[in-house]
Design a protein around this ligand. Structure first.
Ligand code: ADP
Ligand code: MG
Length: 715
């Protein structure tokens, strides 16, 4: 499956010109600039790797064919790939078209037959002239008692022996694209790659025994043995380190520019918090208190807060965010909370409203749906400072939305926003008086290594403990042929007052296919349970989606069938059952997120993971992890271990960076080095103006971190 990576690509802003250095011009040309790549091929290459020459640099071979075995005919073993020098004895054109064309050859030790289906006789006569020596290379087989080679991969004369590649890289393909076509395009891209100035520390390269960039790139595309295909192979490590360094440098630059804007000290007097605490039916957990202490200290300092609040599903981040916002308001400022979707924004709003109002505050909700007079009024009140707290979607950051005094922005990212939104946000906050403090809430407990790639050096508060009274979720894995039992269980549960999520398979890349599966399941359940069943999916208009969710939350619907667009943050305390079809296709992180939807209201939850046998090893291991633990941090680490970061399912929607070469699991050791290196570089050469600094700018462009370069003073 080809999945286009898009790290950093979104960061391009149309209105600003790219200052990409000339030395990279050929690198960023469309793939059609490569010999042999026309528009048809380009479309396939684009689907597979990307639209530009650089995208082929990072399309590394996944296997190789070794043709170095050069036996005599008598030593040749069927089933193996061999390169054999033979003399052509005789051609045997077939009696009819369905039979193969055969060419008998021999050497001093024996005879063998070359076999061709649908052959062109004149072509074969030309490349295999009788009486001449030829070197043929391909897979051998035995047919009856005859040693054969069907359609040799290479046929060359002895004079051309040098042109026969003894070791050939094999690239991942996509339907319609042949190995030969792709290899040719990649090799052309790589051999034309510019000689870039060295951006790595020379002493470090030497110590690590690594080559220069161009040599490493060529070597990565010319593996000589299976070991060269591993992430630990030095050329790959070099390229991975480049990418990680670009990532860390870009994050540091963004962070520095955010930090450069003078922060402000926001100190609350606790009066609003006290009122909200009185209105809360519970008291804060220790983890919540601890995080709040960290946040308070950060907000009170003059510097600008850039903090990540990391906590598992249900760990109670929302109330922590509210308390932080209350401090901003106590200090005389306003606060905003941004959610990735309309549904989540509304839910946050509904949760926060009674509490905010208990403290005597004005809270409003702004989403893309707000239009006309109502929106105008809201915008005016916001500018006048009549609204204290604003909850919304990215609509909060539209040009025309101006705060009187925005002190704190909370971003509930649920893994949906990327660095790109954070940049946008910073632009918005910059316009406000002083730099607003920023807190990002993230629901999946990302492993530390991954957090580093997504957030760089952001300060982190972690909610490691869940509110009391949570019942464990009983998790079971069942083959799909026990669907009948599942339906019985579902029917029992919901008739006794529970509510059921039923998530349909992530079958294909196409949302339409997913939708068809969900609709079919919906139809089936509807026949059994009638009006109690509802459906929600990504293609629905927002209003219908909200209605379905609201109906489910209110109990007008008891069983909610959904595609994977199910809103991870939505809180329905009565939901006790989560059925996930084709659970084997989900990543652990996503399964964990989904499971976190149930068992929230103090009722015991059940999670039924339906799979289609036979289960692969990784899928089985994953389902076992789900049965064994509910600790999100453990699950996240396991996910990383089992799949490798590049494949963490949901990465595509996640906003986590996906790397082209670096593999967070395999190159974890390099990540810390890259962070320290990036820090040191910017300490010594803050504007990247020295020799290494200028080379590092090229590196940033090479990995499309153009936006980060804009944070440097030009030079
Ligand atoms: P998260 O956003 O981290 O997934 P929420 O903030 O939505 O979690 O909280 C999950 C549930 O736990 C909510 O229903 C919330 O009211 C409740 N909750 C939060 N903090 C506490 C606490 N200290 N004690 C009891 N329940 C809590
Ligand atoms: Mg929440």
């Amino acid at each position: 499956m080809a999945c286009r990576r898009s790290t950093g690509r979104n960061i391009h802003s149309g209105s600003r010109t790219t200052m990409r250095p000339e030395i990279l011009f050929s690198t960023f040309k469309p793939v059609t600039s490569l010999p042999g790549v026309g528009p048809r091929l380009a479309r396939l290459v684009e689907k597979l790797a990307g639209a530009r020459v650089a995208d082929l640099y990072w399309h590394l071979p996944s296997a190789l064919i070794d043709r170095r075995h050069r036996p005599a005919v008598a030593e040749a073993v069927p089933g193996e790939i061999a390169t054999i020098t033979v003399t052509v004895n005789q051609h045997y054109p077939p009696a009819n078209k369905r039979l193969p064309y055969k060419v008998r050859c021999s050497d001093a030790t024996g005879t063998m037959t070359l076999v061709f289906f649908h052959a062109h006789a004149d072509y074969l006569m030309r490349v295999l002239p009788v009486g001449e020596k030829r070197i043929v290379s391909g897979r051998l087989d035995r047919f009856q008692d005859e040693l054969q080679m069907s359609h040799p991969d290479h046929i060359v004369s002895e004079a051309e022996a040098d042109t026969l590649p003894l070791v050939e890289p094999i690239y991942p393909l996509t339907a319609g694209l042949s190995q030969k076509q792709l290899a040719k395009a990649v090799q052309a891209a790589v051999s034309d790659a510019p000689d870039l100035p060295e951006w790595q520390d020379a002493a470090w390269l030497k110590r690590e025994n690594l080559q220069g960039w161009r040599e490493a790139l060529s070597a990565a595309h010319a593996p000589q043995s299976p070991a060269d295909l591993l992430p630990e192979a030095p050329p790959r490590r070099r390229l991975a380190y480049d990418e990680l360094l670009a990532n860390q440098l870009a994050l540091l630059l963004v962070r520095r520019s955010l930090k450069r804007i003078a922060g402000r000290s926001l100190v609350g007097d606790g009066r609003l918090r006290a009122r909200v605490a009185d209105a809360l039916p519970y008291s804060l957990t220790n983890a919540q208190r601890q995080s709040l202490a960290e946040i308070d200290a950060d907000m009170a300092s003059d510097g600008r807060m850039l903090r990540l609040l990391q906590g598992d599903v249900g760990s109670g981040k929302t109330v922590v965010a509210l308390f932080a916002m209350l401090t901003a308001v106590e200090a005389g400022a306003q606060a905003a909370m941004m959610a990735p979707t309309e549904i989540l924004a509304r839910q946050h709003f509904e949760t926060l409203r009674p509490l905010a109002e208990a403290a005597g505050l004005r809270i409003e909700c702004l989403t893309g749906r707000a239009k006309g007079k109502a929106k105008q009024a809201l915008v005016e009140e916001l500018a006048a400072g009549a609204i204290d707290l604003l909850v919304g979607t990215h609509a909060v950051f539209q040009e025309d939305v101006v705060f009187r005094d925005l002190g704190l922005v909370v971003i509930d990212e649920q893994h949906r926003f990327g660095v790109h939104q954070r940049l946008m946000l910073s632009g918005k906050a910059d316009k406000e008086r002083g730099g607003a403090d920023v807190m990002v809430m993230t629901a999946t407990p990302i492993p530390r290594t991954l957090a580093l790639t997504a957030y760089g050096d952001m300060e982190v508060s972690r909610l490691t403990e869940k509110p009391p009274g949570r019942q464990p979720v009983d998790t079971r894995a069942l083959p799909l042929d026990r669907l009948g039992d599942v339906i019985d269980a579902v029917s029992r549960k919901y008739r006794s007052g529970g509510r059921v999520y039923w998530v349909c398979p992530l079958v294909a890349e196409s949302e339409l296919v997913d939708l068809a599966a969900a609709e079919e399941r919906y139809g089936g359940l509807r026949e059994m349970f009638g009006e109690d069943v509802g459906l929600v999916h990504g293609k629905m208009p927002a209003a219908e989606k909200d209605k379905a969710m609201a109906d489910f939350a209110a109990g007008r619907i008891k069983v909610l069938v959904s595609t994977t667009v199910i809103e991870v943050g939505v809180d329905v305390p009565e939901a006790t059952v989560m059925v996930i079809e084709h659970a084997e296709r989900f990543g652990l992180a996503q399964l964990h997120q989904l499971r976190g939807r149930v068992g929230r209201g103090g009722l015991a939850g059940t999670c039924l993971l339906l799979y289609t046998p036979p289960l692969g090893e990784t899928a089985r291991a994953r389902l076992n992890v789900m049965r064994e633990t509910e600790d999100g941090f453990v699950i996240a680490e396991e996910d990383l271990r089992l799949r490798g970061a590049g494949e963490l399912l949901g990465t595509r929607q996640s906003g986590l960076p996906s790397f082209r070469v670096a593999d967070i699991a395999a190159h974890a050791d390099l990540l810390g080095v890259a962070r320290d290196d990036a820090r040191l570089v910017l300490e010594r050469d803050p504007d990247l103006g020295g020799d290494r600094g200028r080379a590092l700018r090229v590196l940033l462009y090479l990995f499309e971190r153009d936006a980060a370069v804009r944070y440097l003073r030009s030079g």
